[in-house]
Design a protein around this ligand. Structure first.
Ligand code: MG
Length: 399
């Protein structure tokens, strides 16, 4: 890395991950400097405020509608780039790019960062889930490094530290924790009439609407199972621990204090604990292999705490099994399911689909996946488009 502060690019800067990344950087200004901001361009007020605060070299927006206003209000010395391809410019600007873009749109940022041989602090799980095989290729670029920001995978990354010095196959299981979302404990029949406000009332995490709905259906956890397989499924010593889908478990843990665990072959389990605060995994991904000097989410052990664990209810939350199915199918099946899910969640948020219908649409959509291999970015983009169309048709056909 270059001398002086670590240069940080933030893609998806106006969203939840982006704003919390700026808080982490602001906490350690001698160590980190934000050099580029990228956003969809819809939340212009926030983007202008952020740019005036951090004075980046570059601001990139996908949506050009407010380009004139941005051109007038950005600080002097900040270049403006506009258009769908502009976010990918962030990959090569800094030493590290935090990818907090929402949904499949984050794939280009992921690929651009890895192909530039930089560190990718990845919060955009969809790019890894949908683009898995092509992202794996770009991870092999010299200098490229992927450190997960997703709290569960950040936890596993921490629990696995040192595991590469063990013999092969000494990791027995990865255990992802799930808060269970706002509907934990409800039976299927009690979920017939839940609405958008119910689904967005997450008990422990503050996040954007897409991931909060995914959390309510447990699709978020399903996608994270695929993400864990992509991140840690490679053979031991090759940035992975050789783990398959049968050795990735999910346990519901409503307090969101244990962020995930690794079980070793001798029966020992190592876990990472903290309050639910995304600034900790963001800071971990920036500082790795060092750690931040600023605590985020530290535990106060002087107050009584209960840690509860229970198995997921697959009948009430069928999306979790659907994700395992897609992950085991491999190829472009995860991309297809992810695309269908983005459409279904959008339809739910727009009042065009009931919550209980989301897994029904996704099950039928996954049945229509045609087994296209994921051998190029273009193939993945095409599968994403067709998966969206298939879900859209299924949603329209039921009304
Ligand atoms: Mg997560």
């Amino acid at each position: 890395m270059s001398p002086g502060p670590v240069r940080v690019a933030v893609a998806g800067c106006t969203g939840s991950i982006g704003t919390q990344t700026l808080e982490v950087v602001a906490a350690e200004p001698d160590r980190y400097r934000v050099v580029a901001l990228g956003a969809s361009g819809r939340d212009v007020d926030r983007l202008v405020d952020q740019a005036r605060a951090v004075r980046p070299e570059l601001v990139a927006v996908q949506d050009g509608r407010h380009a004139d206003r941005l051109g007038a209000e950005l600080p002097p010395g900040t270049a403006l780039e506009v258009g769908d391809a502009s976010l990918a410019l962030l990959g090569a600007v800094g030493d590290v790019c935090v990818n907090g873009v929402v949904g499949f749109a984050g794939l280009r940022v992921t690929l651009a960062t890895l192909e530039a041989g930089r560190r990718l602090a990845l919060a955009n799980k969809e790019s890894l889930i949908a683009g898995g095989p092509v992202v794996q290729r770009s991870r092999r670029t010299p200098g490229a490094e992927l450190v997960p920001v997703d709290s569960e995978h950040g936890a596993i990354h921490q629990c696995l530290r040192g595991a590469d010095r063990l013999g092969p196959r000494r990791v027995a299981r990865l255990v992802l924790t799930a808060s269970g979302g706002p509907f934990r404990g409800r039976r299927r029949a009690e979920l017939e009439r839940v609405g958008v406000d119910d689904a967005l009332a997450h008990p422990t995490w503050r996040m954007g609407p897409k991931i909060t709905v995914d959390s309510s259906t447990l699709m978020n956890k399903g996608l994270e199972v695929i993400e864990a397989h992509e991140l840690f499924g490679a053979p031991a010593g090759d940035a992975g621990c050789g783990i398959g889908f049968d050795a990735i478990d999910v346990v519901v843990h409503p307090q969101s204090i244990v962020h995930s665990m690794v079980e070793f072959t001798d029966g020992a389990t190592i876990a990472q604990l903290s309050q639910p605060d995304m600034r900790l995994p963001i800071g971990y991904a920036l500082a790795h292999p060092d750690r931040l000097g600023t605590p985020f989410g530290r535990m106060d052990w002087s107050t009584a705490a209960h840690l509860d664990f229970e198995p997921p209810d697959h009948e009430a939350f069928p999306c979790l099994r659907l994700a395992y199915d897609a992950g085991r199918l491999g190829g472009t099946a995860p991309a297809w399911l992810n695309a269908a899910n983005e459409v279904a969640v959008d339809a739910f948020l727009g009042g065009r689909l009931r919550w209980i219908e989301i897994p029904e649409v996704l099950k039928r959509a996954l049945d229509r996946h045609d087994g296209t291999p994921a051998d190029s970015v273009e193939a993945v983009v095409d599968v994403d488009r067709r998966g969206r169309e298939a879900a859209q048709r299924l949603i329209e056909a039921r009304t």
